[in-house]
Design a protein around this ligand. Structure first.
Ligand SMILES: *Cc1c(COP(=O)(O)O)cnc(C)c1O
Length: 835
């Protein structure tokens, strides 16, 4: 993606506002940003969008601070910065025009999805199922608004077989703008509900607006819609492509029966038009069966794209509904937590309430922050929700939001024994829940995003698990951007996601980082397959290709590291079979002593590879062995010299690979001359410094926190041995606590009698042998310690911190090993903490 201001002005019908016009016109822009609360990519054009109560030019200083190189503004905008400006009549339409042009220039058809509920689930399901056959781009998150669609189109990178774009509207006459940008060939409408009812006034009006997205589907496309009488012939009269109705059309797969499959899974019994019947198991609790209609739409879409019944069943079965949306989660003790704190409208709220059908007699809680945008119907719809909660015999109703009274009234009216608590705001609600959460057995949390229920959800989670591993996606992103800031404008950033993203979760992190990072890196092809299945479209560098993997490399458009002619030949054959070209990165061993050819062998290898017509030398790379260690700087410089030698050998053959890369977290920080055109960052994005010297050059945030709790407490007399083999004996009367965390979980036995944790803001030493599941800490003299209190093992928590580096030092290993080894028994919880 690269434009000059001149090009942008031409595309958007704007004028450039700057003194030295010629120079300004040639200024290059590589990314578009609209939100100054987030870090910007390099060479960004800031599009200053007006809000309901403010003008976009207000954010120009913030954009300049974020490093924008220019801004696109409305005609009236006042420039309070030195940024060169492009002035246009309407910045939103200009942004949409840029997105439309960018998208139109990409090959491959587009599938547009709209509907009141389930768009994102459907999109993710499809990205997952269709990945079995071809590369798919799916718009990230729920980028479905006027701005979101533009940004998701602009986020497309590699050409793909199919782009899946989600579109949502909240007002009349919005869809036409989305349709003009997306220009779909195929369309899916999931359902017509009451979301954004205020903007439309009736379901018929909602249906009319949604159909606008599909007005211009070409005759060779198709449209899939629900079997809803509102979608009548008159409404569909001028659609030129074939129309299918899921649920009733004999040409489509049918849902014959559904049943619970235990452990939060459900089974769908499907019949396909070719006579096959299959059972699809999905990771969705049976109580959420309203989602099954959305899945059926997904299954029908996959079928229309020619995916077989077997493939649909296989790949659909591995589908996991994404974070923060119908998130359903069971603690080890069996408390069920259902969280949809992302959006709320009458249809989805009613459908969520059916969760309680299966838990009669349990201590059920419904935490409800209300629904927005309902206009005159607001009080009525909220009352209905209260009545429904009563009918489901929800024991505790916790309410906040403007129509809480109506909900409470509906509930009390129908269920006198129920308990209602009303709160002024989310904070008060959270405080109450903090004290009472443990009593709950089934909790449903529902509310609009604006209610910011996420702290509440996280609180429940920490009440329900003994040890939680908090991973802040926002801080990981900020660390990645801090590294990006080390690079010149056209430099690239690779984030290493090997080993489940250093023991966290590669899929979650990739999904969150995908628009901020050029490349992801993995160790094995199998890891890349999993990323592609989750709809990740970035370039992926694979360190080691095994003989069985070559077809996957070709099929999934991966970029392998190559250092043997045999592997190169096998890749070439695979690429030929798949009728494609594989971009490879030649690896030089300059002293790492692991993979790669020696510098003087690079020339001959490259010359031989040049004969292989289905391979393209995209990069030259090496890896440092000791870049973290200042005592080894002479050695690192020798490695650099070896790399330069290899580069010269390639150039002598007339090969100048677009990418040269050598530096990981340590070298990128310590050796500017080793950054070349890309840096490969692993440990640094998790906020951890490979060594003290690296900490001096870069400021990183701490995104990882491991929090256990006090599991038991007991006072021992002096001289009493604690834990296995009497390796610790109390010297005085001692208060000893055990936390439910042991060496199985990743707390090394080497920390026996060595490390410490933080309890109530005070250090508590680890005493005695660390056991498999438990560890003793000495809390003598720490006031007010009680069972259940949080224990900080590492990370930052309420003003205290223990660094992973420190833990590593205490047990005599490197921070990498400490970070990656936390067992999957520990619950991971992802935070998106906006600043
Ligand atoms: C792991 C790895 C990286 C990232 O290393 P960090 O020190 O974690 O930044 C980069 N390149 C290669 C080849 C690696 O194996």
């Amino acid at each position: 993606m690269r434009w000059t201001l001149e090009q942008i002005a031409r595309q958007t019908g704007g004028t450039i506002d700057g003194t030295s016009h010629d120079q300004t016109g040639n200024l290059a822009v590589h990314a578009i940003e609209t939100d100054t609360r987030l870090a910007f990519r390099t060479r960004a054009l800031f599009v200053a969008l007006d809000g309901p109560n403010y003008r976009g030019d207000r954010f120009l200083p913030a954009a300049a601070e974020r490093g924008a190189v220019a801004a696109l503004v409305g005609e009236e905008a006042v420039n309070t910065t030195d940024l060169p400006l492009i002035r246009v009549a309407n910045p939103l339409r200009a942004l949409q025009q840029l997105a439309a042009d960018y998208h139109a220039a990409m090959p491959g058809p587009t599938l547009a999805i709209t509907g009141s509920n389930g768009k994102t689930i459907l999109k993710d399901f499809l990205a997952h199922s269709l990945m079995s056959r071809e590369l798919v781009y799916a718009s990230p998150g729920s980028y479905n608004s006027q701005v979101g669609v533009a940004l998701s189109l602009l986020a497309r990178r590699t050409p793909v077989a199919l782009a899946i774009i989600e579109a949502g509207v909240s007002q009349q006459n919005e869809m036409q703008h989305l349709a003009a940008m997306i220009r779909p060939r195929h369309g899916v409408l999931t359902n017509i509900g009451l979301a954004h009812f205020e903007g439309f006034g009736s379901r018929a009006a909602i249906a009319r607006e949604k159909i606008q997205l599909f007005r211009d589907l070409p005759p060779e496309g198709w449209l899939l819609i629900p079997d809803d009488p509102l979608l009548d012939e008159a409404l569909l009269a001028d659609i030129r492509c074939p129309i299918y109705r899921f649920g009733s059309d004999p040409r489509l797969p049918k849902l014959i029966a559904t049943s619970p499959a235990g452990r939060g899974r459900s089974q769908l019994h499907l019949a396909f038009p070719d006579g096959q019947e299959t059972f699809l198991q999905v990771a969705i609790d049976y109580s959420w069966r309203e989602v099954f209609q959305t899945l059926l739409a997904g299954i029908c879409t996959a079928w229309l794209f020619g995916i077989s019944a077997n493939s649909i069943t296989r790949y659909g079965g591995a589908f996991n509904p994404p974070l923060n949306r119908l998130e359903l989660w069971q603690s080890e003790q069996g408390c069920l937590l259902a969280n949809d704190s992302y959006s709320a409208d009458p249809v989805s709220t009613r459908s969520c309430l059916s969760l309680f059908d299966h838990y009669q007699g349990k201590n059920t809680w419904f935490i409800f922050a209300g629904m927005g945008e309902l206009g005159e119907r607001g009080a009525y719809e909220h009352r209905v929700i209260g009545e429904l909660a009563a009918r489901k015999q929800v024991k505790h109703l916790l309410l906040t939001g403007p129509h809480a009274d109506a909900t409470a009234e509906g509930y009390r009216h129908a269920f006198a024994e129920g308990v209602v608590h009303q709160f002024d705001d989310t904070a008060a609600l959270t405080r109450y829940a903090d004290h009472h959460a443990k009593e709950a057995e089934v909790v449903l949390i529902k509310g609009p995003r604006e209610a910011r229920l996420d702290t509440l959800t996280n609180l429940f989670k920490s009440k329900l698990t003994q040890t939680v591993y908090y991973i802040s996606l926002t801080k990981i992103r900020d660390n990645a951007l801090a590294y990006r800031g080390l690079m010149p404008a056209d430099g690239k950033l690779l984030v290493m996601l090997k080993a489940f993203a250093y023991g966290t979760d590669a899929g979650q992190i990739a999904r969150f980082l995908q628009t901020h990072v050029d490349f992801f890196g993995v160790a094995y092809v199998k890891e890349a397959v999993s990323l592609r299945r989750q709809g990740i479209n970035n370039e992926i560098l694979v360190q080691l290709v095994l003989p069985d993997d070559v077809d996957e490399v070709a099929r999934l458009d991966l970029q392998p590291v190559v250092f043997s002619l045999d592997v190169a030949r096998a890749l070439n054959t695979a690429a030929e079979r798949h009728n494609t070209r594989i971009k490879i990165h030649l690896k030089v061993d300059t002293g790492m002593g692991r993979f790669g050819v020696f510098p003087d062998q690079v020339g001959p290898l490259a010359a031989a590879i040049q004969e292989l017509k289905h391979l393209q030398i995209e990069g030259l790379m090496t890896h440092f062995s000791s870049a973290d260690d200042p005592e080894a700087d002479a050695f690192s410089r020798e490695q650099l010299a070896g790399f330069e030698q290899a580069r010269a050998a390639l150039n002598a053959l007339g090969i100048d690979p677009p990418l040269c890369h050598a530096a990981a977290s340590a070298a990128a920080a310590r050796f500017p001359e080793a950054r070349f055109s890309m840096i490969r960052i692993g440990l640094g994005v998790y906020g951890i410094y490979p060594s003290r010297e690296v900490a001096e050059t870069l400021v990183l945030k701490c995104p990882v926190t491991l929090l256990s709790q006090i599991g038991s407490l007991k006072t021992y007399p002096p001289g009493y041995p604690i834990s296995y083999n009497q390796r610790f004996t109390t010297k005085r009367e001692s208060r000893i606590a055990f936390m439910p965390l042991g060496y199985y979980d990743g707390l090394s036995r080497k920390l026996s009698n060595q490390g410490y944790v933080i309890v109530n803001g005070r250090r508590a030493p680890i005493v005695g042998s660390v056991c498999m599941d438990f560890t003793a800490v000495d809390v003598t003299g720490i006031e007010d310690v009680a069972v259940g209190d949080p224990v900080l093992v590492f990370g930052e928590w309420r003003g205290n911190s223990i660094r992973v580096e420190e833990l590593a030092e205490m047990e005599g290993t490197i921070p990498y090993e400490v970070l990656v080894r936390w067992s999957h028994r520990i619950q991971r919880i992802y935070l998106m903490d906006e600043e």
